[in-house]
Ligand binder design. Structure first.
Ligand code: ATP
Ligand code: MG
Length: 418
């Protein structure tokens, strides 16, 4: 994409009302637009990055046999009454509205109920199970505080996966396969070394649930990390019994602030019983389906990556999710043969399958470099007055390190691999 066609501009200052680092950087760099507190639109650069995060999630969901669908945002009152989750006294963050035709609807803050009902229409026998189904959909929550930019929205994108099993043992297998997929997702997103599987309270149906907590100073959560075992314990369950269960000593744990990036829950028959989701076993007996639910915050992840990797100059995207791989910056100041060299390189890179943002604008070199630092694309290719086509300078965004590449290196995708 030519930057002259990217309609967003960078800005030197963040809006005064944005306090969170992620929102300040993402706004200045033109990734997001704040509609109101906790509600953001995705601008082209933000959308590209979000789509790449979701592509990693989809890949790992497919790998464990999960199938994607897309459920509605609008929720039926009657359905949620069946599980006692319609009442504002029970769920305090619903957005609800009245229909002109009469009756009420809510905007989904999660989707266990509709998913269970959809599956109820498809599953009747043991041969129909197990199943893993997910969607990536906007969620609406009337959150009390929405001050952390993308970290806590009133409208936010979530991947929610639901599992359906015949037995507890089968549920445990599915649960473990999702836990393994989550490990791979966080590794691929570049935060594997700072994201911990965290023991949290499990509700009625299992002793523990698991949160995936990414260490970050701005995190709202406090976790206690066991570095050797690469696990953590949420503050809420830091009691002697849990330490004993996990075979760890309090003195081995380090206290850290963290952001919850995902969580996995055993639901047992909490939803299948009231919504009548059961299956007939081989012996003809009817059993309720054993369920699990598994969340991942896609827009929150956009904010987390901005928080943990961003530096004083701007955003720093991991190769795996960057909106473009290469920022081709023409600073030749209008020297004609250099300009046509940059144009040709843009075409060749694009044809080689490398995603390029081409800064073809008529602007000063200093301004272009500052913008490039702010946007945070992993590799910057500089075409200046002195550039010789066989010795082109490439700068890494992470550490500012410079490399000199010839033409075939420039056009080789492997050059830009993580
Ligand atoms: P939190 O404790 O942070 O409020 P939660 O327990 O409400 O999270 P879930 O309802 O299970 O989380 O949602 C699944 C995932 O969705 C979370 O792990 C998080 O990544 C993301 N998420 C939850 N609430 C928000 C929000 N308000 N804005 C952005 N992402 C969110
Ligand atoms: Mg919440």
């Amino acid at each position: 994409m030519r930057q002259s066609q990217l309609f967003t501009k960078t800005r030197k200052e963040a809006p005064a009302d944005e306090v969170a680092k992620n929102a300040r950087l993402l706004t200045r760099a033109g990734f997001i637009y704040k509609e109101m507190a906790g509600v953001y639109s995705m601008l082209p650069l933000g959308l590209r990055t979000l789509n790449r995060i979701n592509a990693i999630v989809r890949g790992e969901m497919t790998a464990i046999g999960a199938v994607e669908l897309l459920m509605s945002v609008m929720q039926s009152k009657e359905l949620w009454e069946k599980t006692n989750r319609w009442d504002d006294a029970v769920v305090d963050n619903w957005f609800k509205t009245k229909l002109k035709a009469g009756g009420e609807v809510g905007l989904g803050f999660t989707q266990e109920e509709p998913m269970t009902r959809i599956v109820q229409g498809q599953v009747s026998s043991y041969v129909d199970l197990p199943r893993l189904l997910y969607h990536i959909q906007w969620k609406y929550r009337n959150e009390e505080r929405a001050k952390s930019g993308m970290l806590r929205g009133r409208e936010f994108l979530m991947k929610d996966l639901y599992s359906f099993a015949r037995t507890d043992a089968e549920h445990q297998q599915l649960y473990q396969s999702v836990a393994d997929a989550y490990e791979r997702i966080f590794n691929r997103l570049g935060i594997g070394n700072r994201t911990f599987k965290t023991f949290a309270s499990g509700g009625v149906f299992s002793k523990y649930s698991h949160e995936y907590q990414c260490l970050a100073d701005v995190g709202e959560d406090t976790i206690f990390v066991h570095p050797g075992k690469k696990i953590a314990i949420n503050r809420e369950v830091l009691v002697p019994e849990v330490l004993a269960d996990l075979g760890v000593e309090r003195s081995e744990l380090e206290e850290h602030a963290a952001i919850e990036v995902g969580n996995i829950f055993s639901l047992g028959t909490r939803f299948s019983e009231p919504l009548g989701l059961s299956y007939t076993a081989e012996d003809g007996a009817s059993h309720p389906v054993i369920m699990g639910s598994y969340g991942f915050g896609s827009t929150r992840m956009l904010g987390v990556l901005a928080e943990v990797f961003g530096d004083e100059k701007g955003l720093v995207w991991p190769v795996a999710v960057a909106p473009f791989m290469v920022h081709l910056v023409d600073v030749s100041g209008g020297a004609l043969e250099k300009k046509s060299f940059a144009d040709a390189l843009y075409t060749d890179l694009t044809q080689a399958g490398i995603e390029v943002l081409y800064d073809d604008r008529d602007a000063r070199a200093g301004e272009k470099f500052a913008d490039s630092d702010l946007i945070g694309i992993p590799f910057r290719i500089i075409v200046g007055k002195q550039t010789i086509p066989e010795q082109v300078e490439v700068v890494r965004r992470t550490d500012g390190g410079t490399m000199i590449f010839n033409r075939s290196q420039l056009l080789d995708q492997a050059t830009y691999a993580a």
